[in-house]
Design a protein around this ligand. Structure first.
Ligand SMILES: Nc1ncnc2c1ncn2[C@@H]1O[C@H](COP(=O)(O)OP(=O)(O)OP(=O)(O)O)[C@@H](O)[C@H]1O
Ligand SMILES: [Mg+2]
Length: 318
């Protein structure tokens, strides 16, 4: 079983309007509200693929019913930690042309009590779990040591840890030897710049630098170019022969879900290029399948099966 932790979930609000005229007043044609957040997407993708997970997130007391009923309707198991701070809103204004304008609130810092309860939930789930994922941003003012704390807690409970975080939270957590880190290309570069590593030469170079800084293995996703893995002396690139057109938001979350699913069970990280190639094939297939879905947090297993045999893998010389 996989525990997914979302430190900064959002209530995703979508407004449909015929068109946006800046500075004008608009009548909204339809509104939808949905429980959003990267770790919730990871858990929802795991549900789509028939894998067991539990999503843990702090959620504003006034938003709890909406989150619980939306996640329940999508059959995403969850343990929501009530917080006195309202959950941030992420507003998408969708025009008839298909153009989307996003307005993302940063979130409100949580009290230490709320983080303590989050840690308690993760600890309570640990005996049944094999892997913890931590995904996305942190509310402003969050102590950068929060990821270190949950990584240590998870390791002490015998869980593997997959981090899809970036910047200070990632650079601070690297010393805790997370089992796998999965930033995208831009996030990896920002993290390494923050670590004072100077100019990052290439995606494989960035993955190697994250491993040198403490990650046991690093996978850097690179959108339509697929992904790069570095673990010990294995360095691989995996991609589709041609990118798909669709909705790439949440493709990285589907990749994280696939990696966590591969670590689920008793085993450790894969060893050697062949074992990693199987993992990366699934990672590319799951994440590409997510591109074919209109919303983040879903994949169709039939798309995954169709895409799997098309994934191309190459060894990289570092
Ligand atoms: N257009 C595409 N066609 C096929 N596969 C794609 C495409 N875009 C992304 N992918 C797959 O999804 C993976 C993750 O994409 P990306 O690097 O954009 O993640 P991300 O920026 O973390 O996304 P998010 O945070 O929104 O989930 C890529 O490594 C690739 O395998
Ligand atoms: Mg991402």
């Amino acid at each position: 079983m996989i525990v997914t932790f979302t430190p900064n979930p959002a209530l995703d609000i979508t407004y449909a309007v015929p068109f946006v005229a800046l500075g004008e007043t608009h009548r909204v044609a339809s509104v939808s509200e949905r429980a959003g957040g990267k770790g919730l997407n990871v858990a929802a993708v795991l549900t789509s693929m028939g894998c067991r997970s539990v999503a843990v997130a702090p959620v504003g007391e006034m938003d709890l019913d909406l989150f619980a009923s939306d996640l329940g309707a999508r059959r995403v198991p969850h343990r929501l930690v009530p917080s006195p701070c309202p959950t941030r809103r992420s507003v998408a204004v969708v025009e008839a042309s298909g153009r989307v304008t996003l307005l993302n609130e940063p979130g409100i810092g949580q009290s230490q009590r709320v983080w303590d309860r989050v840690a308690d939930e993760i600890e309570a789930l640990a005996p049944e779990a094999s892997t913890l994922t931590v995904s996305g941003s942190f509310p402003p003012g969050t102590a950068p040591d929060l990821v270190r704390r949950v990584t240590r807690l998870a390791h002490e409970a015998g869980l593997r840890v997959v981090l899809d975080v970036s910047g200070a939270p990632l650079s601070r957590a690297l010393a805790m030897r997370p089992d796998l880190v999965k930033p995208n290309r831009v996030e990896a570069a920002q993290t390494l710049t923050g670590l004072g590593r100077g100019e990052v030469p290439s995606v494989p170079g960035a993955a190697r630098a994250l491993v040198a800084a403490g990650a046991r293995a690093a996978i850097i996703s690179d959108g339509t170019n697929g992904l790069v893995l570095v673990h010990d002396d294995v360095a691989l690139r995996a991609h589709l022969p041609r990118p798909l057109s669709g909705n790439p938001t949440g493709a990285g979350d589907a990749l994280t879900a696939s990696l966590a699913a591969d670590l689920d069970g008793d085993g450790d990280l894969p060893e050697g290029p062949e074992a990693w190639a199987s993992v990366l094939r699934r990672g590319v297939a799951w994440s590409a399948a997510a591109v074919l879905q209109p919303v983040a947090g879903a994949v169709d297993p039939a798309d995954v099966s169709r895409l799997l045999p098309t994934v191309e893998i190459e060894e990289i010389r570092l």
